[in-house]
Ligand binder design. Structure first.
Ligand code: NAD
Ligand code: DAU
Length: 334
């Protein structure tokens, strides 16, 4: 099988590329990535010499390059992760989110339709459903109406609609997965968990938006990879699958867990102005995926401790990131 993974130099795509290369030595895995600020290939040093792995630097919205690649490689599967992924950046400047997330997805769908594929898996997010209330009794199911609130989630919802339309109109074999917040190795330090770990390790203040009472539903990236593997091979064509492991935490709980685990002072917490349009709560009902056979390996307590240890052992990786362009972005935020 010939598998195209887009966004394989990023956090989740990067973990998925390594998972696939190791698990399926008979498959070829082509990692296509533009290498934006969020893309980094050093994470693939252990697999780059393997025969079943290759890398192509390209923009998913560049029709000519994408068409030429599909014609040459005749992919069986397209697993589409590439996206602008950070909500705060989308609030500041939505333009690139539309180009990459919407137009880029359309180009990949066109290429898949033109050259034929077994399956197009579109990796989407629970944020397309909007927000839930704090009552903790309701969950996002695959039937929940889409009500995206940020430019990021609106761009992802738009791409979901295009994927759906290419299935309905052209019979393209697709699945859409909608996952909750991921955490784990190689998570870019602009996101809450790696930002907190890296700043606490550096004895720096951790910015918590509003009162820190917003709730996210955390899933270890490994469990997201096993979910996509399952959907890619067993998912019913045309269906949507939610991915989540029932690990709801307030942001303040997450930050305090990390601080306490590192034996540092909670005085490092700094409450800052809230995110515009900040979604209150996300929580996934994963019943449909569980019925397909998926079971997560990590609960939050085990996963977060393993992740903290990973960040301690891999300081070179995140220090090289936060010392560059990223520092300017972070300083500009506050
Ligand atoms: P990320 O920002 O870490 O990585 C994105 C990758 O896409 C980077 O390697 C970047 O270089 C690449 N990319 C960006 N624009 C591109 C373009 N125009 N052409 C080619 N490559 C491009 O993101 P992530 O957190 O790994 O998220 C991956 C996917 O999973 C996204 O589609 C996101 O919406 C979705 N998702 C993320 C989460 C999460 O918690 N991080 C949860 C659910 C769904
Ligand atoms: O739910 C899935 C989504 O999770 C993905 O689709 C997105 O790509 C991914 O970025 C993530 O979005 P969030 O906005 O939920 O993640 P983030 O890590 O940016 O923020 C998590 C929560 O923490 C959110 O309520 C905002 C808050 N936060 C975030 C940062 C960066 C803070 O309080 N302080 C911070 O400095």
């Amino acid at each position: 099988m010939r598998v195209l993974v887009t966004g394989g130099a990023g956090f989740i795509g990067g973990n998925f590329v390594q998972y696939m290369v190791d698990k399926y030595p008979d498959y070829t895995v082509c990692n296509l990535d533009k290498l934006t600020y969020a893309g980094d290939l050093t994470k693939h040093q252990s697999i780059e010499a393997k025969e079943n792995y290759s890398f192509v630097q390209a923009d998913v919205a560049d029709r000519e390059s994408i068409m030429a690649l599909f014609e040459k490689e005749q992919f069986d599967y397209v697993i589409h992760f590439a996206a602008e992924s950070h909500v705060d950046r989308s609030i500041e400047d939505p333009e690139i989110f539309i180009k990459t997330n919407v137009q880029g997805t359309q180009v990949l769908l066109d290429a898949s339709k033109t050259f034929g594929i077994n399956k197009f898996v579109h990796v989407s997010t629970d944020e397309v459903y909007g927000e839930l209330t704090f009552d903790c009794k309701t969950f996002f199911t695959e039937e929940t109406p889409l009500q995206p609130n940020s430019p990021y989630s609106a761009s992802k919802a738009s791409s979901d609609m295009l994927v759906r339309a290419y299935h309905e109109t052209y019979n393209l074999p697709v699945n859409i997965t909608r996952c909750s917040n991921n955490y784990g190795p190689y998570h870019f330090p602009e996101k809450l968990i790696p930002l907190t770990i890296s700043r606490v390790l550096n004895e720096e203040k951790v910015p918590v938006y509003g009162e820190g009472d917003n709730i996210r539903d955390w899933l270890h990236v490994y469990d997201h990879c096993t979910a996509i593997d399952l959907v890619m091979h067993e998912g019913r064509v045309g269906e949507v699958y939610n991915v989540g492991g029932h690990n709801e935490r307030t942001n303040l709980e997450v930050v305090k867990t990390i601080i306490n685990s590192l034996n540092k002072s909670e005085e490092l917490i700094e409450f800052v102005k809230d995110r515009l349009g900040h979604d209150k709560r996300y929580a996934i009902d994963p019943t449909k995926l569980e019925k397909l056979g998926w079971k997560p390996k990590y609960n939050f307590d085990t996963g977060i401790n393993q992740t903290i240890q990973w960040y301690i052992a891999n300081k070179d990786w995140w220090k090289q990131i936060i010392s560059g362009e990223y520092q300017k972005y972070f300083d500009h935020q506050y």
